[in-house]
Design a binder for this molecule. Structure first.
Ligand SMILES: C[S@@+](CC[C@H](N)C(=O)[O-])C[C@H]1O[C@@H](n2cnc3c(N)ncnc32)[C@H](O)[C@@H]1O
Length: 202
């Protein structure tokens, strides 16, 4: 019996541009065959009593590429952090494309355990990124669309001067006036169009 796999056009375009992602996505598919990441995060947050446990989503690779380029790119010796890294797909991509040091902070132990095996060149760090030392980062990717104001402010306090922070859907200046937006990019997620913001401390 033959199986036909139908892929959306945007995914096919990504594989044509970045063929190495095809192999990685197959690895991810195999590793997560019995685990739905959306469900895993929902269960984790429900246990913690979160009012909105539907917080999982992944950034398309063309989106992270355009955001990092809009932030000025990354050199091999520089540090990138994905705060709330999920399965680490984006972290893998950034390490591969820019060759820089990549740190993936993630609260779900399962993602960290699998990520360490799948993507050995990425440094996975288990736990709450709000308590992490982010002082050596050159670019931080903050896909924190569901974060509460208190958490956003806890995060902004960890950012060092000179570090570029990429946020999705809202600029950090909405919460912390010490920042200035240096660039804004229109991006498309599977859930719709929005803006990505690049900002730094003044
Ligand atoms: C929307 S997903 C983004 C995944 C990935 N960054 C991407 O863009 O593809 C958010 C992830 O952040 C994690 N997360 C949320 N708050 C966190 C925290 N305070 N510390 C560590 N991880 C967190 C969640 O478990 C989830 O896996």
């Amino acid at each position: 019996m033959a199986f036909v796999i139908v892929l959306p056009m945007n995914i096919i375009k990504e594989y044509i541009r970045y063929p190495f992602m095809f192999k990685q996505d197959l690895k991810l598919k195999r590793a997560y065959f019995f685990v739905n990441p959306y469900r895993a995060v929902r269960k984790f947050l429900q246990k913690r009593g979160e009012s909105n446990p539907h917080q999982y989503g992944e950034t398309p690779i063309h989106v992270i590429k355009s955001l990092i380029d809009a932030a000025g790119g990354l050199k091999k010796y520089q540090y990138f952090a994905d705060v709330g890294a999920g399965r680490g797909r984006i972290s893998y991509f950034v390490q591969k494309v820019y060759g820089c040091k990549v740190f993936a902070y993630e609260q779900l132990g399962l993602f960290v355990k699998k990520g360490k095996k799948l993507f050995p060149k990425v440094q996975f760090i288990a736990g709450d990124f709000l308590k992490a030392d982010l002082s050596k980062m050159d670019i931080i990717y903050f896909y924190g669309t569901m974060m509460k104001e208190k958490e956003i402010l806890e995060f902004t306090c960890q950012v060092r001067k000179g570090c570029r922070v990429i946020s999705i859907s809202y600029p950090l200046t909405d919460y912390d006036s010490r920042f200035k937006v240096t660039n804004k990019v229109e991006i498309t997620f599977p859930w719709g169009k929005t803006n990505g913001y690049i900002q730094q401390l003044r």
